[in-house]
Design a protein. Structure first.
Ligand SMILES: [Ca+2]
Ligand SMILES: [Ca+2]
Ligand SMILES: [Ca+2]
Length: 490
């Protein structure tokens, strides 16, 4: 928790950044997680320095207090660390390569953006699709392939039911107090985050980080990680563990009952979903620390943690194998085997990947997922969480195949006789209705009335003994409705 860090480090942390513009956040709450994502390299942080990752979202119970992106490298043998810690080094805006200076923080266009697949009615200037900052690097689909962003024909890439984007950089940090007092990496980060309503298996939030070296020097031994102050309900009775095969770090309640979560506390985890240049082993390191005993308190210790070492610079040694490892506490609490965490208390965790050398103007892609699951006990929650890791990752990686928007296609063939096919794409799970009407608006038939998952569907319509003429077909999925015309010629 915040107070402990303040005491041990002797550094003053800001709960709210007393700056000219301040930092801003947007929420993600498409599934049973509600979290707050800031335009400054941190997330799971509430407004006013309170816990920010609640689950179940209406229960006022929290599983994570704070999380942030940490990056580190060497430039000409000197260490550079920038961290989304309690006093984050990141601020909204880009890093200008020509002048080698940060820009945009005072520009209100550099902030957190949020879009959903439903194109807002009205099409006015306030509509999120129109404001989506494609010129800042926000991903979008150029439907008519002319290089110009023209919503609603073109639309934001929407892997989730809620999607966020912002650009931030570490160049402003010279003027900021921070735990890691190094020069900036001169990193520009494009963060895309999303949540899906039908998150499979476990509730999850996905983050995609594009980290650009905007300095003129190569980054040597660059690494990126996610730090998280997991607090499963009450913070003083937690434990943590890692799983190198799954690329997972997780926290769980160290006692069967938590005063806040009750008899069955959930387990919460962070998984490295993908890391550029990595295949099977996406994560290269994961560990936990027990503040105030072994927290990193300066840039050298943070650099070591971000390269899989202890804060002393020594390797972690697995006491069961006597082997050096970059995954601390990788035993299995479910089977009670191997090197496990003990003595429940305050826990922080970190997980990340090491990317080697990054030349000037190169971009590193790094994506992570935060997930939470409740089983039948504090320990069984870990087993259930692990069972969900692959399905959560796979679905999100395949989400390119899930339609990005609600579409009702023109029937084919058209005109038709006697039958035609109607194709449509839906983006949310729910009751779908497809009805045929005649020219006077009278319902002729209902082709579909069913609960469907997101996907692409085709339905054949046979006109039977209906007379020639124009007909309408009307698709409804949740709040979304679209009607199109077709022509029967006999
Ligand atoms: Ca276009
Ligand atoms: Ca707890
Ligand atoms: Ca904690």
């Amino acid at each position: 928790m915040l107070m402990i860090v303040m005491l041990i480090s002797g550094v003053v942390f800001f709960r709210d950044m007393p700056e000219e513009r301040g930092i801003t956040y947007r929420s993600l709450d498409a599934n049973n997680i509600r979290t707050y994502v800031w335009d400054a390299g941190m997330f799971d942080r509430g407004n006013g320095g309170v816990a920010g990752f609640s689950w179940p979202k209406e229960s006022n119970t929290y599983a994570i207090y704070f999380s942030g992106l940490w990056i580190s490298c060497k430039v000409s043998d000197s260490i550079r660390v920038s961290e989304g810690y309690y006093n984050t080094n990141f601020r909204a805006g880009y890093f200008d390569f020509l002048t080698q200076s940060p820009k945009g923080f005072d520009d209100s266009l550099y902030r957190m953006y949020k879009v959903s697949p439903q194109f807002p009615n009205g099409g006015g200037d306030s509509d999120p699709w129109i404001k989506w900052p494609v010129n800042q690097g926000a991903p979008w689909v150029d439907v008519n392939n002319n290089g110009v962003y023209e919503p609603p024909t073109d639309y934001p890439v929407m892997k989730g039911d809620q999607n966020l984007f912002c650009t931030f950089n570490d160049g402003y940090r010279d003027s900021l107090q921070s735990l890691s007092a190094t020069l900036p990496l001169r990193a520009e980060v494009h963060m895309y985050a999303y949540a899906r309503a039908n998150s499979p298996c476990a509730d999850a939030i996905h983050y995609e980080w594009s980290i650009i070296n905007k300095g003129r020097s190569q980054w040597t031994d660059f690494s990126a990680g996610i730090f998280s102050d997991i607090d499963l309900g009450t913070s003083n009775n937690d434990l943590a563990g890692t799983d190198s095969a799954l690329g997972l770090v997780y926290g769980y309640n160290g006692t069967p009952t938590d005063p806040i979560y009750g008899a069955i506390p959930p387990a919460v985890g962070i998984v490295v979903k993908s890391a550029e240049g990595h295949s099977n082993n996406r994560a290269d390191f994961a560990s936990r620390w027990r503040c105030p005993f072994d927290c990193p308190t300066d840039s050298l210790e943070m650099y070591r943690v971000l390269h899989g070492l202890r804060i002393s610079g020594e390797s972690w040694i697995n006491p069961y194998t006597n082997q050096a490892t970059k995954f601390a506490f990788s035993g299995n609490p479910v089977t009670q085997t191997g090197w496990r965490d003990s003595l429940p208390g305050e826990r922080y965790v970190i997980i990340g990947s090491i990317f080697g050398n990054v030349p000037s103007l190169d971009t590193i892609q790094f994506s992570t997922t935060s997930l939470i699951k409740r089983g039948t006990s504090n320990i069984n929650s870990i087993a259930e969480l692990k069972n969900c890791v692959n399905s959560v990752i796979n679905v999100s990686n395949n989400s390119e195949n899930v339609p990005a928007k609600f579409i009702l296609h023109q029937n084919y063939p058209n005109p038709f006789n006697p039958s035609t096919t109607i194709k449509f794409e839906i983006i949310e799970t729910g009751v779908v209705s497809l009805k045929i009407y005649d020219m006077l608006g009278r319902e002729v038939t209902e082709l579909i009335s069913a609960r469907l998952s997101p996907g692409t569907y085709s339905e054949e319509f046979n006109s039977g003994n209906l007379p020639s003429g124009a007909y309408f077909y009307r698709l409804q999925s949740g709040e979304q409705v679209k009607t199109m015309k077709m022509l029967l010629l006999k």
